[in-house]
Ligand binder design. Sequence first.
Ligand code: FES
Length: 508
Amino acid sequence: MVQDYSTPQFPESYWRDSVSFENFPKLEKSIKTDIAIVGGGITGITAAYLLAKSGKKVTLIDAGELSNGVTGHTTAKITAQHGVIYNELIEHFGEKKAALYFQSNQEAIQFIEQLIDDLDIKCDFEKQDAYIYTNNVKYIPQLETEKKAYDKLGIPGELTDSMPLNIPMKRALVMKDQAQFHPLKYLKVLLEEALKNGLEVYENTTATDIEHNKEPAILTREGHRISCNKVIQATHFPFHDFEGFYPARMYPERSYIIAVKAPEKFPDGMYINAESPTRSIRSAKMDGEELWLIGGENHKTGQGKPTIEHYEALQEYAEKQFGITDYLFRWSAQDLTTLDKVPYIGPATNDQRDVYVATGYHKWGMTTSTLAARIISDHILEQDNPYLDLYTPSRFQADPSIREFASINADVAKHMVKGKLEYTNHNVNDLEPDHATITRVKGKRTGVYKDKDGKLHALDTTCTHMGCEVNWNSGDRTWDCPCHGSRFSYTGEIVEGPAKRSLDKVDL
Ligand code: FES
């Protein structure tokens, strides 16, 4: 794909650019299946692989194309080192559950490695040590406390004053034997295997609701029904929560990645810092050449400075730190974090045990999606899984989740009110191409984007999920909701839920 990336204009994921998947038809009629999976990312495809292999009749649908969500826009580090988290997990859950958390993620790495071996998947899988480093003395005690947590939990790791990658640092905590890969090369083979075992796939098929009588049935936007015994919602944000109150129990964040031409050979290791702004660095292979992936700049979705400035900040960092000026790709991802930072995986509620959710991966989706697919398929196949209780979405930890619950919802309430009052009096005719503004049209808050050909696209900025006001995302040319992370294209279509309906168009 030839594009001018010298000043990156197009959000484009290297993973998506280098692998294409087979196209699948849209669902045009009502059907019956055993297991219906909604969402064709790594969770959905891994679950489809496991369940189809066990002889189940599995149908997978996706609202767009397979692997075009978070999975196609990840850093693809396969690690149990999820930032500085283990001391916090011990404090919230106790040592036993914190150890289970580590073990479940470590097993996910081994599972991926074994599958790659068994199926001979060429996906640039490499074992790498994972480093959390800091260049700020204030964070050194945090790393030291985390190391003590590693010791309590039996996690192999050590504190160090030097790393293979030559960047300014004062201290680092290394976790041994983690890994990285090309996620879509891996998934493509899993999908092919699942298809051989009878998996049916439909793309451009949006699930809008789940009806539940004796057994669940998915309703699609076109009015078709998928009758089944079990539903797996692998949609990033559950589109139907059966009063599981997921919007109140998670918050969305965006982060950014640039892929650059290697300025020199990348040493071993995968890196992330402990302080803000986040800087996450790894290498990847591209047709025998090497790319460096530099990521970070996390912020709450729909909030903060213009998003294009986050890409610019990464470019500035790459230039200053490594002298890099050759940018090949850039992309962004959205992640959901739960109240206690542990994902919600399992039956959606205690009353709905045949509808599953897998969400809130807190930016570490490669291991978490894999363990989610395993927990859910084990539950469906009536096999024991030692991690079911730890991840159950029905859990409520009193401390400190309730405080976090209050702060997430106070943030939503603030945006519910504040957003309605924020607009400009710009004359839309003065807009420059590829720019957007929020103004008032006939008294209504209206978002207007002028595309590169000068055409204006005007939308009612009230999010169709629960009524917050969306804001412009200049980096991705989308309208993003600060409350629960729904995102819409500049023509109003849903890019990401939980919203189920497009933004309304406004006549100018
Ligand atoms: Fe919930 Fe917008 S109000 S995503």
